[in-house]
Design a protein around this ligand. Structure first.
Ligand SMILES: Cc1cc2nc3c(=O)[nH]c(=O)nc-3n(C[C@H](O)[C@H](O)[C@H](O)COP(=O)(O)O)c2cc1C
Length: 141
């Protein structure tokens, strides 16, 4: 049984809905799931997990959320992330997912193994929620 952490920032609920779908998918694999808003997360939630899903909206000029998610993610810059398996998920209003392209590259540069991502415009559709569930399943297989 794998340990999966799902760490996200959400204010309006769009990213939170994706987080919950990823958790549902992982439950199908009997994963041990630790799901947290980033304000409650610690470095150990990442270092002690077998796989991690990180989620954020595009905020503050097409970037991941800057007050809580950005400093959390920045902590991993100098840690030995050793190709830990991750997925990234998020929602945007108008940047067409550019923030996610940048975030994927950044996490690869930090030596994470980015297995996949899902980016939606505002609230996720039913199809997008199914994709999020599948990503959760794949991540902890
Ligand atoms: C204060 C604020 C700033 C935002 N900045 C951006 C932005 O720079 N680029 C963008 O594409 N969308 C932006 N958005 C739209 C959000 O990314 C989008 O509404 C997202 O679904 C919010 O996720 P949440 O419901 O999980 O909080 C912004 C929204 C808010 C409220």
């Amino acid at each position: 049984m794998g340990k999966l952490s799902i760490i996200y920032w959400s204010n309006g609920g769009n990213v939170e809905v994706l987080a919950n779908s990823i958790a549902e998918g992982a439950k199908n694999q009997n994963a041990e799931i630790n799901i947290k808003h980033v304000c409650d997360a610690t470095i150990e939630d990442v270092t002690e997990a077998d796989a991690v899903a990180f989620g954020s909206p595009s905020m503050d000029n097409n970037r991941i959320e800057q007050h809580e998610m950005e400093p959390f993610i920045n902590q991993f810059k100098l840690l030995p992330n050793k190709q830990k398996k991750i997925i990234l998920f998020g929602s945007y209003g108008w940047d067409d997912g550019k923030f996610m392209v940048d975030w994927i590259q950044r996490m690869k540069d930090y030596d994470f193994n980015v297995l996949g991502s899902i980016t939606v415009k505002e609230s996720p559709s039913e199809e997008e929620l199914i994709k999020a569930r599948k990503l959760g399943e794949e991540l902890i297989k």
